[in-house]
Write a protein that binds this ligand. Structure first.
Ligand code: SF4
Length: 394
């Protein structure tokens, strides 16, 4: 049983205009106590960790926020604490999200020496006006420099995040961003359609009429274009929003995110982090200040809860089956393998979700692929309308 660990770093130098993540600008003074609390959360969880969870961690993901704001000693403290209290598998993927403007060659080299072997960079766009609209603090040159630095530091799995479907964006603008990203020849690309979140600056500008609401048809055209260009460039489309280029004998899929898509267990550590352990979906207290206070107030907890747990939702068998199917359908190549589902639940998915699957088949959103073993997956059309397919199960 391999386990993953997500670590949330809720600090940014500035808030981007579209972002509603649990992250804060101007709280840098909390970084040091926050790192101390993270190590304590790991230690407390480690005390009552069942044996079946020991030495099973195969992926660690530093997400945020902007984890690259942390100095390497902070990353080291967390990794050392994880190794000591949870234990690692021999082959460990350590990913770190980075804002290109916050990276230097020395910093990336230090991260790499600590074992960070996958870096995810916020590229977003190659167009200056779009970067400004999004409130990004970096330029295209910063990304190019960061990619070079990571490559020269020996990091062999690099991801770029890109956003499409922006107000006023044209297909030519999007093509320019895709070409700029492709020219960097990284191993992985994550492409996200812009969503307008409540309480963001972007939502405010749209409400006030300064910007049009993003057009869903245009976003679908961007997605189509990306599918064509990335496939032609040798990338494998393996998840609705993710593409990887096989290199150095590795498919370069994100092993950490595969853990989520396969509906397997993971720890969620830090403020507002979500975990899935021992039949519970767990949510930590949201604000970093309260997180530090809560963690420091307790020195013990009953597994799978930590001192920072705010909510715990039990997941019954039916929900687990539904989640396994929904998350698995995101894997556009592999889909949900019938045999694996049967091995896990002792039931055929066609039996459990007969009506839902039938409706999706009739709408042309999913298909059975008659390979050995047989699998259910989204059609190309279904990939465009992924959310509609998922709604069948809600
Ligand atoms: S850098 Fe990322 S997490 Fe921070 S505000 Fe921007 S989008 Fe949000």
């Amino acid at each position: 049983m391999s386990i993953s660990v997500y670590i949330h770093i809720p600090f940014c130098t500035r808030r981007c205009s579209y972002c509603d993540f649990n992250t804060y600008a101007g709280l840098e003074h909390l970084i040091s106590p926050y790192i101390g609390a993270l190590c304590k959360e790991i230690e407390v969880l480690g005390k009552n960790l069942p044996d079946s969870y020991r030495n099973q961690v195969h992926t660690v993901y530093f997400g945020g926020g902007t984890p690259s704001l942390l100095n390497p000693m902070d990353i080291k403290a967390i990794l050392v604490s994880l190794e000591r209290n949870f234990g690692f598998e021999a082959s460990l993927e350590v990913s770190l999200e980075a804002n290109p403007g916050t990276l230097t060659l020395e910093k990336v080299q230090a991260y790499a020496q600590l074992g960070v072997n996958r870096l995810s960079l916020g590229f977003q766009s190659a167009n200056e006006s779009e970067l400004q609209l999004l409130g990004r603090t970096h330029t295209l040159e910063d990304v190019v420099e960061a990619v070079k630095a990571a490559q020269s530091a020996g990091i062999r799995n690099l991801n770029l995040d890109l956003i499409y479907g922006l107000p006023k964006q044209t297909l030519a603008d999007w093509k320019h961003s895709l070409n700029a990203a492709l020219s960097l020849d990284v191993e992985h690309l994550s492409l996200y359609s812009l969503t307008i979140e409540e309480g963001t600056l972007l939502e405010e500008w749209i409400k006030q009429g300064f910007l049009p609401y993003p057009d869903a048809d245009f976003a679908a055209d961007c997605y189509e274009l990306a599918r064509e260009m990335l496939t032609a460039a040798g990338y494998v489309h393996y998840e609705i929003s993710n593409w990887a280029k096989p290199k150095q004998d590795s498919p370069n899929f994100c092993r950490h995110n595969l853990q989520y898509w396969k509906n397997q267990e993971y720890f969620g550590l830090g403020a507002g982090a979500h975990g899935y352990l021992a039949g519970f979906r767990l949510v930590n207290v949201l604000h970093p200040f309260q997180y530090v206070q809560k963690v420091n107030a307790f020195s013990t907890s009953l597994f799978p809860f930590s001192p920072a747990t705010e909510h715990a939702y039990p997941v019954d068998r039916e929900e687990e089956m539904k989640d396994t199917l929904l998350l698995g359908l995101r894997l556009v190549r592999e889909g949900v393998v019938e045999e694996e589902f049967y091995r896990r639940f002792g039931k055929r998915m066609e039996q459990v979700f007969a009506k839902e699957i039938d409706r999706l088949l009739r709408k042309g959103l999913v298909e059975w692929v008659e390979t050995d073993p047989r699998r259910l997956r989204l059609t190309r059309f279904g990939q465009l309308l992924g959310n509609q397919a998922f709604l069948e199960f809600v």
